[in-house]
Design a protein around this ligand. Structure first.
Ligand SMILES: [Fe+2]
Length: 162
């Protein structure tokens, strides 16, 4: 592992933080737009995960001396993308979102490789939160909606306990 203290590392951490601002707005919007109450509740839990990881990332950005102000541009982008997903048939939505998370998980995995040891726990949670979100989509697709949100619930609990 090489520790990168350059601006590139900070800008990537800031970008990931704003990604959670985006995600929170998107997931809340999806929860509100869905007619099915069980599916809506699952997206509320996913939005809660976004809030928990966003707080962690905000602390990391602050520690690195970055800008912790939540981007209105990213928030609005989340709001604007709600219809793109909820207009799809549920399985198409789950398949698309699972696919879209693949490069994000890879990118955050790379970011973990750049970080100082003291930041590793936060960035592991960052990657892991996308992994459980993808697991949610994949379990929905696999016909296991009864357990699809369980990994997300477990990660929220683990992050709160950490
Ligand atoms: Fe997220």
């Amino acid at each position: 592992m090489s520790v990168d203290t350059s601006g590139d590392y900070l800008s990537r951490v800031e970008r990931a933080y704003q990604g959670e601002v985006y995600g929170e707005a998107l997931y809340r919007g999806i929860a509100e737009a869905l007619d099915d109450p069980e599916r809506a509740e699952k997206w509320r839990v996913l939005a809660e995960l976004e809030v928990v990881i966003k707080a962690r990332m905000r602390d990391l950005v602050a520690k690195l001396g970055g800008d912790t102000a939540e981007s209105e541009v990213f928030r609005q982008k989340g709001v604007n993308n709600v219809q793109k997903y909820v207009s799809l048939h549920w399985t198409d939505f789950m398949a698309l979102y699972s696919k879209e998370l693949v490069p994000v998980i890879a990118r955050y995995g790379e970011l973990e490789q750049l970080c100082a040891p003291e930041d590793a726990k936060t960035l592991r949670f960052l990657t892991e939160h996308e992994v459980v979100t993808k697991a949610f989509c994949d379990l929905e697709l696999a016909g296991q909606p009864d357990i699809s949100i369980a990994p997300t619930v477990a990660l929220i609990a683990a992050m709160r306990a950490a």
